[in-house]
Design a binder for this molecule. Sequence first.
Ligand SMILES: N[C@@H](CCC(=O)N[C@@H](CS)C(=O)NCC(=O)O)C(=O)O
Ligand SMILES: [Fe+2]
Length: 240
Amino acid sequence: MNLLFRQLYDVESGTFTYLLADEESHAGIIIDPVYEQLDRDLALIRELGINLSYCVETHCHADHVTAAWLLRNETDCRIAATAESNIEGLDLVLQHDDGLDLGNFNLQVLATPGHTPGCISLYLADPAMVFTGDCLLIRGCGRTDFQTGSAAELYHSITSKLFKLEDETIVYPGHDYKGRTMSTIGEERRLNPRIGGDANEQDFTGFLDNMQLPHPKKFDTAVPANLKMGQPGTMPIAPS
Ligand SMILES: N[C@@H](CCC(=O)N[C@@H](CS)C(=O)NCC(=O)O)C(=O)O
Ligand SMILES: [Fe+2]
């Protein structure tokens, strides 16, 4: 029982896309595909003989447009996300504790709101790995200053859900802006400067509420397009 696993990267937005499949049944899942990377991802899916069952959006992205709609057009995948993501036209509405069946493997949905109210993480018990979207990043976390984010909610998602996983669980985030690719729950619990070590809720929310970051460059294009699963024609300006 082998897991086929690929971590893919979009340089422009710093976004990770993950492709997983059960080598026996060929059932696969893609997590957070990027519009401009459709050809790359589709070629890989076809080369590896993956039957794509699911395309999961960890949340409604604010910084890039999803390739979900385009991928559904080309494969048998069902587009899945939470109701709280407000994404319209989903094939599958996910809730905390739902399981996504990949033959010999099962990914568990963890509701991890905070960056947005509809954010989820996906947990695989064996081999232990968690896809944290924009909840927990490597030595960081998702921002909470738009899309009705909440620093307090994010604190509780990380401490009461993600940090309850085994130390050895590998963390695969939705983004990294410094070239890092993975971490572990134990490492982040110890070393994450915002929420690890001795940091308490007040430290965490105080930091996030005062970050004053500029909005993502594609914010105005990405959010409306992603609310419609990245269907072409739904962006005010087509992605370049
Ligand atoms: N400079 C990036 C900003 C990206 C950004 O704000 N990313 C969000 C995720 S959608 C985030 O939470 N970033 C956390 C951080 O920068 O610490 C862009 O323009 O796209
Ligand atoms: Fe995000």
